[in-house]
Design a protein around this ligand. Structure first.
Ligand SMILES: NC(=O)c1ccc[n+]([C@@H]2O[C@H](COP(=O)([O-])OP(=O)(O)OC[C@H]3O[C@@H](n4cnc5c(N)ncnc54)[C@H](O)[C@@H]3O)[C@@H](O)[C@H]2O)c1
Length: 482
């Protein structure tokens, strides 16, 4: 089915006049200047444009975006700040075919992460791919194969992996500093707004090449705000779970050393209080079964109550993790504290987080691995990024293969799962405070999906297995053979 590979595509693509895969970059020496191009510039790409030039021996030589307005603006800002003119590209394939580029940063929407990374590796570039690692579970495997086959350095942008204080402390947790871990809870309790329901189908921005923006995904446009709001459509994004979930779930599984898929996942969630076109849940509870300890994750995009501008919290935090041990509990995010059973702080967990929320440390780590040519030097290689991102995909698969039930029956339906039940009861009250009529509303009770961690598939569950991979829109197809 997927036989149209990059070489064939390039041979057919007259628009960009590229006809062959470039030879791998000659970059290898610790003393060579590393020439970087940032691809995707509207949001986080901007911080990469500003961060990479601060690293010794690194030169940002170019910028690429399919929105010419964003591209022009960022190039102008860069020239002002660094007094250096960037080469600009409107198509990432031109970047991959440029022999004067050693490494690329993929700060493009999620549905481009898999194909962009595979193409980058095939072209001999090292790649820093933003989180989530991939848009679906299957393509992460293709990214891993491509990195290996073309001997490329690929870092996934889950930047807290570069915090040594967390690495050290999580090792202590695994050695028993909190006693036996009973459960890990992840929290992402934020506040967002409705994305509206436009009365007429929105038109792509005049400055955007919409076909290329959509790439592997369908081209139907349903959002009024072109950039960023794609997160809330399954074709491009992966819900809040796949947006901020990779950061939080990574901390959850890292803290207990869970180095494979869980054996099962279950979920409860829905989209509430907003009348808009968004498809993904804004309220989501997840539970993952691991031998080390169960992980639960709570997501809320609604404030504490209608009209409020605040966010919910749990044990004093809105974002982060709570690792509950038999002897003590850790509560933290970038930094944290250990508390005793009375809630008294008995230890602070602190360390260097560096500029840009840890991203600068993570960029430096990428550059170090590019110079050493050792994937083992990376703090977040494709495998690590994949295992954390897969938790998001697994939760979304549970959600998508579940059934709608009445919200008022949720307490009863979750009785058998104490950790989910406790969170579901709080979720119901939270929704009521946000004006949801609990007596008439529905909630999606996700299927409890069984997983074989060895094959990373769902035994005898055809419906769930179908969601391991997407349908790719030709010619933007992640190849079966990379
Ligand atoms: N590590 C982090 O902390 C962090 C933070 C924010 C975002 N992210 C990730 O970064 C990615 C981008 O997020 P964002 O908030 O900047 O999104 P955004 O929608 O604001 O910006 C994406 C940019 O990519 C461009 N683009 C889309 N397709 C392209 C293509 N084929 N070639 C070149 N440019 C293309 C768009 O035109 C846009 O300018 C997402 O995957 C997101 O999850 C990571």
């Amino acid at each position: 089915m997927l036989s149209f590979n990059r070489r064939q595509f390039l041979a057919a693509a007259s628009a960009t006049a590229v006809t062959s895969i470039t030879t791998p970059s000659a970059f290898a020496s610790a003393n060579d200047e590393l020439r970087v191009v940032v691809i995707g510039l509207n949001g986080i790409g901007r911080t990469h444009l500003n961060g990479f030039p601060e690293i010794s021996g690194v030169r940002v030589v170019g910028a690429c975006d399919v929105d010419s307005a964003v591209l022009g603006k960022r190039a102008e800002e860069f020239q002002k700040k660094f007094n250096s003119k960037l080469k600009t590209y409107g198509d990432m394939r031109q970047v991959f075919d440029d022999p004067n580029v050693d490494a690329v940063v993929l700060a493009v929407p999620n549905h481009w992460h898999g194909l962009g990374t595979v193409w980058g590796c095939q072209a001999g570039k090292d790649v820093y791919t933003e989180k989530p690692c991939s848009h679906n579970i299957w393509e992460a495997g293709q990214m891993e194969k491509a990195a290996k086959k073309y001997d490329r350095i690929v870092q996934i942008g889950i930047q807290r992996r570069s915090f040594t204080h967390l690495k050290d402390f999580f090792q202590e947790i695994q050695q028993g500093v909190l006693g036996k871990v009973k459960q890990v809870k992840g929290l992402y309790l934020t506040r967002r707004n409705s994305i509206s329901r436009p009365s007429a189908p929105p038109k792509p921005l005049a400055t955007v090449n919409h076909d290329q923006w959509c790439g592997p995904a369908p081209t139907k446009l349903e959002r009024a705000n072109y950039h960023y709001d794609w997160h809330w459509f399954w074709d491009y994004g992966n819900a809040e779970l796949g947006n901020n979930g990779p950061h939080i779930l990574d901390l959850c599984r890292w803290s207990i050393g869970a180095e494979e898929f869980p054996t099962a996942v279950s979920s409860v969630g829905g989209r509430y209080a907003w009348d808009d076109n968004g498809q993904t849940p804004n309220t989501h509870l997840l539970r993952y079964e691991y031998a080390q300890a169960p992980i639960t994750f709570e997501i809320r995009d609604l404030p504490t109550a209608t009209g409020k501008k605040d966010t919910c919290d749990y044990m004093g935090i809105s974002y982060g993790i709570v690792v509950e041990g038999e002897d003590a509990t850790y509560v933290g995010f970038d930094t944290g504290k250990v508390i005793d059973s009375q809630g008294k702080t008995i230890r602070e967990i602190k360390g260097t987080t560096g500029p840009d929320g840890g991203r600068q440390l993570h960029r430096e780590n990428f550059v170090k691995a590019v110079r050493s040519r050792k994937t083992s030097d990376l703090n977040c290689n494709v495998r690590t990024g994949h295992l954390s991102t897969a938790l998001c995909h697994l939760g979304n698969i549970s959600h998508q293969t579940g059934d709608a039930i009445s919200l008022k029956s949720l307490r009863e339906r979750t009785q058998e799962q104490p950790l989910v039940h406790e969170a579901a009861v709080r979720m119901q009250s939270h929704l009521a405070a946000n004006g949801v009529d609990v007596s008439s509303a529905h909630v999606q009770l996700g299927k409890t999906v069984q997983i074989d961690p060895k094959t990373e598939m769902f035994p005898q569950d055809e419906k769930a297995n179908m969601l391991l991979k997407r349908e790719y829109r030709a010619p933007y197809i992640v190849p079966e053979v990379v």
